[in-house]
Design a protein around this ligand. Sequence first.
Ligand code: MIG
Length: 823
Amino acid sequence: MEESLNNELDHISPLNENIPDEEGIQHLNNPVTDLKPIVKQYLTSVKEVKKENNKFYFSDGSARVEVRVVSDEIIRVRLAPHGVFLDDFSYAVPQVDQKVTLFRLEETTDHYLISTNVVTCRVSKADFLISFIDIHTGLVSGSDASAMHWEENVEFGGYYVFATKHCQPEENFFGLGDKSGNMNLRGRKFQNWNTDAYSYGWDQDPLYRTIPFYMGINEGATYGIFFDNTFRSYFDFGKEDNVKTSFWADGGELQYYYMHGPHMMDVVKRYQSLTGTHQLPPKWAIGYHQCRWSYYPESKVREIAEGFRSREIPCDAIYLDIDYMDGYRCFTWNKKYFPDPKKMIKDLANIGMKTVVMIDPGIKVDDNYWVFKEGKENNYFCRRSDDYFMEGHVWPGRCQFPDFTNPEVREWWGGLYKELVDLGVAGVWNDMNEPAVFGSGTFPNDVRHNYDGRRGSHRKAHNVYGMQMVRSTYDGLKKLQRNKRPFTITRAGYSGMQRYACVWTGDNVATWEHLKIANIQCQRMSISGVPFCGTDIGGFSGEPDGELFTRWIQLGVFSPFMRAHSAGDTSEREPWSFGEPFTSINRKFIELRYKLMPYIYSVFWEHHRYGFPILRPLAMLEQENIANHFRQDEFTFGDKILVCPVLEQGATSRRIYLPKGKWYNFWSHELLNGEDEYVIDTPLETMPLFVRAGSIVPEYPVMQYVGEKPIDEVWLNVYYADYEVNSFMYEDHGDTFAYEQDIYLEKKFNVKGDGRSLHIEQSIEGLYTPNYELYDYNVIGLPFTVGKIFVDDKEIFDFSIDEQKCLRFKSNKNFMRINILKA
Ligand code: MIG
């Protein structure tokens, strides 16, 4: 062990070599303290069991374990090394709702068994090992390889806490949100400590966000573990020891939720039921956005905005990075660059361009600056252990930092946005909230935090700092904008951040490798509970060529958040910056985003309301096929559209895999069978896109921005299938919370073909009334010549077959039944 410790110390590097293993806790700040002897204590054997409502307490005489039945499929386990549990408080899980009716405790010779209708949590008496068993299949998941254990932390108090589980021979792992390597986590080791990771590389770790949630797939069944611990945490998926999966943290409680599957989709939905889903974003937030560090002065901002309109490239928002501020003081304006922000924002709004501004956490130490003065007078800034203020240099120079874990500070900070909202600012972008500090990287460990009245050092609050910042931004905007949906973006976060913001993946690089990272990262965030995610299209640092930028735009159409961004020292980076043919292709793809708007918006609703992820990797679509655990390029956006971005320079074709079912090539309408691989041509003006047969994909006319024109008709693309498929479409006002009062429409379509006819049924739920009256159908792939069409049993005669061989006709938007019959 001595030797392995030394090895670890030998290669401390700023990148990903510095993860201690379970046997050698390593403080990054002070490697010397690692050399103290390690005394780990393990749970011994179960001596006592007690039941209190839905909680069961097991004790080995001194340590206690709580097993709580949260729902039929979710069970929470907590450890108290000396019998006393910490306050049951979590930023990730605002409320542990009780959703279970039936459960029971049984005792056998060797075990205690706590069972719901779905899963049994088994605690072995002799060695305190905990495992989870599917009641129906008997499959054992997430079983302890050793009993939960801990090590006293002499320096800070509390314990390092550890769980070690079996890793099955063919088990693969997914999740953890913000990682930059392969999607499958098997054989690797990670840590979570929110880090400003400028120009991060493949597999660099840690990055900006902490999502201590993973899923294991074994024998075709998925389960999940959410280790709700905000301290620096670690995960090892069979790296140190091929047969073990461990997770541990530098402090806090060993507390995790076991979430039963059997499908990955079920587990993700259960994770979202604990940590919440994203609110519906304002519709404009899912349009195309243009950003740069920075567009200034005002004339430049106008030139860019008008550049979109004159070139007829759709765009909904333009961003102001830090240079709009006066000396980087948050909530101020540089009056030289922006003499009349209100007028500028209004003029931009008049051409349909929203303004989003950046706000950082560092507040300049300056007694003539009102934000600093208010923070100082009210004691809102973080302090060190000996009561000095936490000071560090960021963009404005010497700064102090609000303690966003204090509810009073959050309230104050939320109110600071008043002037920006009054000026017409439409959204806020919170950067540097890991928190990032020049030189040292972040705050020292001894900084104190309020932690919502529970108190804690930065060790405990670090990973939630950014999330609490953007929470305060979101809540503040929500109040100030009255009933309008806030739009917020955050760089840092912790599990549950999706309740307050969308995210971008930070400072990536203009390389083809980063395009691959971007594709995996967005998918991974999506299945880790953070669906509204995007990358800096084009790469933040470095220079993409036209081809790379265009391929990134293509991926961006199918990134939930679609924004181009670039660092200040790079060349111009607008969709037209690379000349032809790139400009036209970029336009065509951004237009596609706008055409698909009703589909994309519906997928956001499905996430918000039902907890479905927006992007679904192949491993989720077909988890029973182990080969899919290693495929990471293809994914579906929602349920209907399969995307396979082109990720290689100069590629003229690429291999793709289609999952079960039948798929239409989006461009050629060729019908292909799933569960097979194909080689698809990929000239720059196209990318492999497929639509599930039987789908209805709604489409809007191209607009230059959301809401540019009233919608006269919604186009319904119907993809014929000789089986039955459901689709749906969601509609509402687009920027209010009226949907919470049922002012929305959820339309379900059922499509069924049988070779001689095609039936479409519609059912409508909700109270919203859209302005348009008609659906305009485009039926693709009909295998027969059309004889008659009936809409609600009335024959219609006005139909045609277009040059693409698609059937075209119209109906009233409230139709219930359509029958298309063979001649
Ligand atoms: O230290 O505000 O990730 O998007 O343009 C750099 C300037 C600070 C980092 C963000 C980037 C942003 C930049 N910021």
